[in-house]
Design a protein around this ligand. Structure first.
Ligand SMILES: [Zn+2]
Length: 243
């Protein structure tokens, strides 16, 4: 084995990765070549010193801050943009889930869709010749349809149906389900409730509010009727045959 070959095999030799024959030849060369033997001794001392330093290292917060500070900027910016969004999404879905799980029934209206309904004056006259695209079956829960009109609720087109049930007036709203994009709280609650379920709350003036979505439609309503009556009328309207 030549000195040049020893140099080439030095690293695998020190790592005990050489095949036995090559390792034997290299050891033979070291026994008779002092320059190569000295180089190997130097490498061995360096490796021992490195291993000792690594084993003896202590966790140093200041060192970690320096390492973090030296990391490339781009991944850090991306992480900073992503993390708040992710945390926000998790917090939002967690909060929605918690609100849904803890929700005992009707309570003061904080639902965005209910707030829009509460702000709707409801004083407009019915539109002559108006035929709603959906309406609850006449007589269901004592429902009587009294007229309706087209309207805009927070910029989204809706049909408003006035009626009464059990002697108390109520208002039903029919819209395309795309309207939910303007009411993220209601959208989240309706999604959490699942299909065929209505979500409820109470308006600040004490009226009941219920909303449900399915088949491309969003139906909601409010009135002095008991919440279960309103629920049923909203769901019956959603299930009704369109005109
Ligand atoms: Zn040599």
């Amino acid at each position: 084995m030549t000195c040049a070959e020893v140099l080439r095999y030095l690293s695998p030799y020190l790592d005990s990765e050489l095949d036995p024959r090559t390792s034997f030849d290299l050891a033979e060369h070291l026994a008779r070549c002092e320059p190569c033997a000295a180089r190997v001794r130097g490498e061995e001392r360096l490796e021992a010193a490195l291993a000792s330093a690594l084993r003896g290292g202590v966790a140093d917060p200041a060192l970690w801050r320096r390492i973090e500070g030296s990391l490339p900027a781009a991944p850090r910016r991306r992480r900073l943009r992503l993390l708040p969004a992710l945390a926000g999404a998790l917090a939002l879905s967690g909060a929605a889930l918690l609100a849904w799980a803890l929700w005992p029934g009707p309570r003061p209206g904080e639902l965005d869709l209910a707030a829009a309904v509460a702000a709707d004056a409801g004083a407009e006259q019915p539109e002559a010749g108006f035929v709603p695209s959906l309406r609850p079956p006449e007589g269901r829960r004592g429902f009587r349809y009294e007229g309706g009109r087209h309207c805009s609720l927070r910029g989204t087109p809706v049909e408003i149906l006035r009626g009464s049930a059990g002697g108390s007036s109520l208002t039903l709203y029919v819209a395309r389900s795309e309207a939910l994009a303007r009411f993220p709280e209601a959208a989240a609650r309706i999604a959490a409730a699942g299909s065929g379920k209505a979500v409820r709350c109470r308006l600040p003036d004490g009226r009941s509010f219920a909303a449900a979505s399915g088949g491309g439609r969003l139906v909601f309503g409010c009135g002095a009727a008991p919440p279960e009556v309103l629920d049923d009328l909203v769901l019956a309207t959603l299930a009704a045959e369109g005109r």
